[in-house]
Design a protein around this ligand. Structure first.
Ligand code: CDP
Length: 314
């Protein structure tokens, strides 16, 4: 049913200048991966109990009725009472099906995807999740694919690159075209500064007539996901978009593959220097201490719950 990712070569087990963190990762990663059904069931039911992503991740007219009070997840003192105008912006129906997808790919934006040749593997998943409106142009297609079923958007992109949508709106519509009719996940209720710009994105897409489907991420869900990961040892103030999407995928899909998750400055196979993103020349910030999120994901990988893909694809 499912092609196993074919790795060109096994990761080398030692790299003198990479630091102990990476050595430790490679030691764990070099074990053969196999899904461990009981561990997967256990983890995804814990997530369902505490976060209930399939019902709660997206604001709908059912889970957030008229008159209810929204609490911003990034500014918990800030609330908003849902009036008729706001209510009309919410999805009428939950976009997620009751039945789990068989295979999902969650694509982080790590530089490790550069020259990975993993585009086909990624696109072969039934449901593909991408983060922060990543470029999927011809130059990257081979490495990251194009299929997109859900894409998240960080409002700073709209503020910086699209003039907060106060001026021309066509450039944004042209950018969004590459994501087809995927769900565009907006966070209007994380911080006050997100609200107006997220609404402008929704209205822009509605006025131009799609094809992406803007939906609002539920701040209650985000808050519960952050509590969940805190209980797993993640002390960061806010979990990254990537780990939030991995959590959602673990509730929506039987088999979850992660690509582009590698917060280190050297490649695990070739040891060449990497940029933070596959599409830019920004340096990787964290070099020494193994980023905690990655450690948690690696732990899930070694327990057969989720599959981290670090190698190049055939
Ligand atoms: O803005 P943010 O760091 O949340 O995201 P991004 O840079 O657009 O990348 C999307 C996700 O990919 C992040 O949230 C991380 O989970 C993951 N990522 C990674 O694991 N390693 C990298 N070098 C870059 C991103």
């Amino acid at each position: 049913y499912r092609r196993e990712p074919k790795m060109k070569s096994a990761p080398r087990k030692s790299c003198k200048n990479c630091g102990e963190d990476i050595e430790e990762v490679l030691k764990i990663y070099s074990q053969t991966w196999k899904k461990q059904e009981a561990n997967y069931q256990n983890f995804s039911s814990k997530l369902s109990l505490e976060c209930n992503g399939p019902e709660m991740a997206i604001i709908t007219q059912t889970n957030t009725p008229l008159g209810s009070k929204i609490v911003y997840d990034g500014e918990r003192f800030r609330t908003l009472q849902v009036d008729q105008g706001m209510f009309n912006n919410f999805a009428k129906e939950n976009p997620f099906p009751k039945k789990k997808w068989h295979t999902c790919a969650v694509v982080g934006n790590g530089g490790i995807l550069g020259n990975s040749n993993c585009g086909k593997m990624i696109d072969s998943a039934q449901f593909v999740i991408r983060c922060n409106l990543p470029p999927l142009t011809d130059e990257y297609k081979k490495d990251v694919g194009v299929k997109t079923n859900l894409v998240t958007a960080n409002p700073t992109i709209f503020l910086r690159k699209y003039g907060a949508l106060i001026g021309r709106r066509l450039p944004l519509m042209e950018k969004l075209r590459i994501y087809g009719n995927s769900l565009l996940l907006l966070p209007p209720f994380s911080f006050a500064m997100n609200t107006a710009v997220s609404l402008r994105v929704l209205y822009t897409v509605e006025d131009f007539g799609g094809p992406v489907q803007p939906v609002f991420i539920n701040p209650d869900y985000l808050y519960n996901v952050s509590l969940f990961w805190r209980s797993q040892g993640l002390k960061a103030v806010r979990p990254s978009t990537g780990i939030i999407m991995a959590s959602l995928a673990l509730e929506l899909c039987e088999n979850v593959d992660l690509y582009g998750f590698w917060p280190f400055a050297v490649h695990p196979y070739s040891f060449h220097e990497l940029t933070n993103h596959y599409y830019d020349s920004q340096k990787v910030g964290s070099f020494h201490a193994m980023p905690v999120e990655f450690k948690l994901l690696l732990q899930l990988h070694s327990q057969g719950v989720i599959r981290l893909n670090l190698g190049d694809c055939e």
